[in-house]
Design a protein around this ligand. Structure first.
Ligand code: A2P
Length: 340
């Protein structure tokens, strides 16, 4: 790690991902010289802890980025579209967790285990995009297989935790669950239908092609990160009543044959992956085991017996950590180490 220390801003510091970004900066001992916590006017004056100190949350304005080196943004797409260019103009490199910049050809989209070299492209706009949570864990698990035997097609179905929608959604699942088990009326504000004891095949908005925006993020972002537009990808994204960690059922078809054992061996050596796959002992990845740590857990690895070159697997990761905050801080580490 570089000897230099950096002035770091966390935008959306009061949110679910922002809170975790602060924790990751602490845990990973990021070389912070000064820290600034930014949010909306609603949170101005609140305090948050950093390395034992109380730090006041400030309202983000056009002047917030003067003298800052790196800003970790997680305050929604609209906020990012408005403020990222302002931060970049002030000389502060933005690592943005929203979907606002991800498909911009002048903005790198980075998963450090897959395409760390892409960070170099930050110079064009001063912005680096952090991918969609479901995409991150999928490419961490699939990239080693793609490099070895070429993935032709991916069919993925997700089982996504409510924390991905933010703090209000965490409260909504908790409140609805408590209301239902007490035979009380429940309220719904965040999701269009009850999330407690239910599954919603609807994440983000519906598009003209009948897919949701979340599903198309998985298609387009995967191709950009794996640097291969030829991969066929189709996704169904589902919100489930789980607080933390997204799960994914992934089916792939490869160019060259690969056995399930070989996939297991390959993934055991892969960066950021932990193979949890011993069905005899009832061991497979679970959201409750993935939550609170940074590895992408992969299990249920087996041959797809319906085609010659197919593999099925079950992939689980903490959506707030590896799916958002940890990945952003890992990008910041590469920036700090190699580019700033
Ligand atoms: P605030 O708490 O002041 O509303 P989550 O995704 O968990 O709901 O968090 C969203 C984060 O984005 C919060 O920290 C929220 O701040 C922040 N945020 C939302 N709108 C703005 C804005 N216009 N300017 C700055 N921060 C914002």
């Amino acid at each position: 790690m570089s000897k230099r220390k950096f002035n770091v801003a966390v935008v959306g510091a009061t949110g679910a991902v922002g809170n975790q970004m602060i924790e990751c900066l602490e845990e990973r001992n990021f070389p912070v010289k000064t820290i600034k916590f930014l949010a909306s006017s609603r949170s101005a004056g609140r305090t948050l802890r950093f390395r034992g100190d109380s730090v006041s949350v400030e309202e983000m304005t056009g002047k917030s980025f003067k003298g800052m080196d790196i800003a970790l943004f997680s305050a929604g797409g609209g906020t990012s579209l408005e403020f990222s260019p302002i931060a970049a103009k002030a000389g502060c490199v933005v690592i943005d967790n929203s979907s606002a910049w991800r498909m911009d050809p002048d903005v790198p989209l980075v998963v450090p285990e897959v395409n760390p070299h892409a960070v170099a492209g930050y110079k064009k706009k001063g912005i680096i995009a952090n991918p969609n949570c479901s995409t991150i864990q999928m490419v961490v698990a699939l990239n080693p297989i793609h490099r070895k035997c070429g993935i032709k097609r991916i069919v993925v179905s997700t089982y996504q935790a409510v924390s991905g929608t933010g703090k209000k959604a965490i409260h909504e699942l908790y409140d609805q669950t408590r209301a239902m088990i007490n035979f009380l009326d429940y309220k719904k504000n965040v999701y269009p239908h009850r999330i407690a004891f239910n599954c919603l095949p609807h994440i983000d908005v519906f598009l003209d092609n009948g897919y949701t925006k979340e599903e198309m993020k998985m298609v387009n972002e995967t191709r950009k990160i794996m640097e291969d537009n030829s991969i066929g990808i189709t996704a169904t994204t589902v919100r489930v009543p789980v607080f933390f960690s997204h799960s994914e059922s992934i089916n792939i078809e490869t160019e060259k044959y690969i056995s399930a054992d070989r996939v297991r061996a390959l993934l055991k050596k892969a960066p950021g992956v932990k193979v949890v796959d011993d069905v005899g002992k009832k061991l497979y990845p679970l959201p409750i085991d993935a939550a609170g740590q940074d590895l992408t857990l992969v299990g249920r690895i087996r041959q797809d017996e319906s085609i010659p070159n197919g593999i099925n697997m079950w992939v689980v990761a903490d959506n707030i950590r590896k799916g958002a905050a940890t990945n952003a801080v890992q990008i910041a580490e590469i920036l700090a180490e190699k580019y700033l």
